[in-house]
Design a protein around this ligand. Structure first.
Ligand code: SF4
Length: 197
């Protein structure tokens, strides 16, 4: 049975399934349109996100906002979340165990939103959804289709802030996403299992 947004948010708020919740200010479930055609999945909350309880509101989030605008959309039209809903200490990469513990919430979010296209921002999101074999520098820009939903791995905005030479490739990837949405051939709205092979 599909969960509701209210029960999902309540479950995340109460969750203590991994140790990441011990030193946070806020859980960061994600936000945006609950029936968006386009969904972005990042790695995990940073300091700004932890303080505000909102995904992608720091410097990387501001860049993501510009990227979404360049695609002709607004943040309110898309859904934005992360693999883990609690900030890892010192912004370290979540462990595979932490990502696995949090994955059911991501699955529920995908099932509720039923997006046509999902952009996977960075290696952590791409591996959590598509599998450990993903290498973001090798596999970015290549569509993966599962159960009628199209996945596009690309660089995380934080990586673009660290290395501006990656921006050209990232924009290429997002143009492909924009075109896929315009084509209207992004597939049916069947809800995918993020780890289904
Ligand atoms: S990161 Fe996810 S699984 Fe871990 S405590 Fe937070 S909500 Fe629960």
């Amino acid at each position: 049975m599909q969960v509701s947004w209210d029960s999902l948010h309540a479950d995340i708020a109460a969750c203590e399934k991994c140790g990441l919740c011990r030193r946070i200010h806020h859980k960061v479930p994600g936000q945006g349109s609950g029936n968006a055609d386009l969904m972005f999945i990042g790695e995990g909350p940073g300091a700004d996100e932890d303080m505000q309880g909102l995904a992608f509101v720091g410097a990387a989030g501001q860049l993501l906002t510009k990227m979404i605008a360049a695609m002709g959309q607004t943040r309110e039209q898309v859904y934005i979340c992360n693999v883990v809903k609690c900030r890892p200490p010192q912004n370290r990469v979540p462990t595979p165990e932490e990502a696995a513990a949090c994955l059911p919430y991501l699955r529920a979010q995908v099932a509720l939103v039923r997006p046509k296209v999902i952009v996977l921002l960075g290696a952590t999101a791409a591996r959590a959804v598509l599998g450990d074999q993903v290498r973001i520098t090798r596999d970015r820009g290549q569509w993966v289709e599962k159960k009628g939903v199209w996945f596009m791995p690309t660089y995380h905005p934080a990586a673009l802030l660290r290395d501006e030479t990656k921006k050209r490739d990232a924009w290429h990837d997002l143009q492909a996403v924009r075109d896929k949405l315009k084509e209207g051939n992004a597939g049916a709205s069947a809800a995918p299992d993020p780890q289904a092979q």
